[in-house]
Design a protein. Structure first.
Length: 453
C-alpha cells in the first residue's frame, strides 16, 4: 500500500521523527551521496548515490541490495559472502568472484591491501563479461567485515560509461560498513525495555492529568541566499476525547462504541512542496484510556491550480494487531494487517506526548520505541537520547534517530517537555509561533493562509 501523499505524511510526522531524505536527482558532474542505507537482514551498509533506485531481496545473510542508476548507466549489487576457511582474505574472495564471472577475464585494474572503514579490502575492474552478448565492464570491491564474512559490492556498466561509473563505484565502495544484526537486535531489546519502563513510570500519570493544549509550528529552511524560506506550518491540539472524534461526526450521533473515552491528538498541516501546489493534511489520533487500543484517520488533499485530489488512511489497533485501510476517489486499498510489539510500542497519539516525558534527568538518558513509520508503512524502531543542554540552562537536548539511517532530529525542550525549537537532518526548522504572527508572516510573503482542508 503506497499512497500518493506519502511525502506529505513524512513531513507531517517530522514533528516526532527524523526527516526521511529523498534521493532526488544528481547533477551531471558531481557524485552526491545519500545518507547511509543499511541492509537490515545482513548488517551491511553503504551510502548510495543520490538518484539511485534501491531494492532489497532475500532474507538473512542471503539478502541482496540492488542499486540502479537513475540514468541507467550502471547497476550495483551488495551481498554478504561467507567462506569456509577462517584463513580466507579479501584477495581469496576477489579471485573466486573474478573466476566465476566469465571464462576469459582481463583485469583492467586491481588495487590490493586497501583499508575501507578500517577493514582490509581489495578493488578491481575487469573486462570479458557480457550481458546478452553485449560487452560490459565489472567492478568488484571486497571488504573483510568479520571472520569468514566479506561484503562484496559489484558494479556492471558498459565500456563507454566506464570512467564515470568507476568514479561512482570507488566513492560508494569507500563507504561500505557492517554491524552484526545480532548485536543490533540486543541493543534494540535493551532500549525498548528502557522505553517501556519510561512509559510505565510516567505516561499514565501524564494522561490522567491531561489538559487541552494547542500549539502552532512554523516550518522553514534556509535558502541559498541565507534567508528563511517557508516550507509549511502545523497545528497540534492534544486533549481528552472520544473514539468517535476520529470520524468527524457530531458527537450527538456517536454510537455506543464511539462514545468510549480516551485521548485525542488533532493535527492540521499545510506543506508547500518544491514542485508547486499545496498539500494539506488533517489527522485525528485516538488512544483508549488503557492505551491498548487506538484509532486514527489521516486525510491528505493535494491542490495544484484547479486540480484537487484527496486520499485518506485509516488505522485501527486492538492489542498487538494494527489494521490499515487507504482510499482515494479512484481506488480503495485492501486492508493491511501489521503485528505490533507488546513492549516498547508508541501509539500515534503518544508520539506527540513523548516530549513531555523526556526531560528531567541531570544525566544522559537513552530509550527506544517501536512505532508505525509513515515512510515504510510498517513498524520501525527509533531511539531517543536526552541530556541537559550544554549552553542553555534549564533546557534539555533530545536527539531522535532511526537506526540504520544517518538522519537525526534535534529538539530543545524546556522542563515541562515543551518544544522550544526543532531541526531535522534535512535542514527543516520547527519553530513554535502564535497564530497571529504566523498569519502575518505568510500574508507578507503572499503564501496561502486559507483554511486547511
Amino acid at each position: 500500500m503506497r499512497h500518493p501523499f506519502a511525502m506529505l505524511l513524512a513531513v507531517l510526522v517530522a514533528l516526532t521523527l527524523p526527516a526521511q531524505a529523498g534521493l532526488g536527482q544528481p547533477s551531471d558532474d558531481t557524485i552526491e551521496l545519500a545518507p547511509p542505507y543499511t541492509v537490515r537482514p545482513n548488517g551491511l551498509s553503504l551510502r548510495p548515490p543520490i538518484g539511485t533506485e534501491l531494492r532489497v531481496v532475500g532474507t538473512g545473510n542471503t539478502a541482496r541490495l540492488t542499486m540502479i542508476d537513475g540514468r541507467h548507466l550502471w547497476r550495483m549489487e551488495l551481498t554478504l559472502v561467507q567462506t569456509a576457511s577462517p584463513d580466507d582474505t579479501p584477495a581469496d574472495v576477489m579471485q573466486d568472484r573474478i573466476t566465476v564471472l566469465a571464462p576469459h577475464i582481463t583485469v583492467r585494474e586491481h588495487r590490493r591491501h586497501l583499508l575501507i572503514n578500517g577493514r582490509l579490502a581489495e578493488r578491481a575492474f575487469v573486462d570479458g563479461y557480457e550481458i546478452n552478448g553485449t560487452p560490459a565492464v565489472v567492478g568488484l570491491a571486497v571488504v573483510a567485515v568479520a571472520p569468514q564474512r566479506f561484503g562484496v559490492l559489484q558494479i556492471v556498466t558498459l565500456p563507454a560509461e566506464y570512467e564515470k561509473s568507476k568514479m561512482v563505484f570507488e566513492v560508494v565502495s569507500d563507504t561500505l560498513d557492517y554491524a552484526d544484526p545480532a548485536d543490533q537486535e540486543q541493543v534494540r531489546r535493551r532500549l525498548a525495555r528502557q522505553g517501556q519502563a519510561l512509559l510505565d513510570d510516567r505516561m499514565g500519570e501524564l494522561l490522567a492529568s491531561l489538559e487541552p493544549t494547542e500549539q502552532w509550528y512554523r516550518l522553514h529552511v534556509t535558502d541559498a541566499a541565507g534567508e528563511a524560506a517557508e516550507v509549511g506550518y502545523v497545528r497540534v491540539q492534544i486533549q481528552p476525547g472520544m473514539r468517535g472524534d476520529v470520524t468527524g461526526k457530531p458527537r450527538a450521533t456517536y454510537t455506543p462504541a464511539e462514545l468510549a473515552a480516551g485521548y485525542t491528538v488533532h493535527v492540521a498541516a499545510r506543506y508547500l512542496p518544491t514542485t508547486a501546489g499545496v498539500y494539506d493534511v488533517v489527522s485525528v489520533f485516538f488512544l483508549s484510556e488503557d492505551r491498548n487500543e487506538e484509532d486514527w484517520k489521516v486525510v491528505g488533499t493535494e491542490r495544484r491550480g484547479a486540480e484537487k485530489r484527496t486520499h485518506s488512511l485509516v488505522g485501527t489497533r486492538v492489542g498487538n494487531r494494527l489494521t490499515l485501510r487507504g482510499e482515494s476517489l479512484s481506488r480503495h486499498d485492501r486492508p493491511k494487517n501489521i503485528s505490533v510489539p507488546s513492549r516498547g510500542y508508541l501509539s500515534q497519539a503518544e508520539l506527540y506526548l513523548l516530549p513531555q516525558l523526556l526531560p528531567g534527568s541531570d544525566q544522559p538518558v537513552e530509550v527506544g520505541f517501536w512505532f508505525f513509520n509513515w515512510e515504510r508503512e510498517d513498524i520501525a524502531f527509533r531511539t531517543d537520547r536526552t541530556e541537559p543542554h550544554a549552553t542553555r540552562a534549564g533546557t534539555w537536548l533530545a536527539e531522535t534517530a532511526i537506526p540504520g539511517q544517518d538522519q537525526q532530529t534535534r529538539t530543545i525542550l524546556d522542563a515541562d517537555g515543551t518544544i522550544l525549537e526543532r531541526t531535522t537532518s534535512g535542514g527543516v526548522h520547527w519553530e513554535p509561533i502564535e497564530l497571529t504572527a504566523l498569519r502575518k508572516l505568510w500574508d507578507a510573503k503572499g503564501l496561502p493562509t486559507g483554511p486547511i482542508e
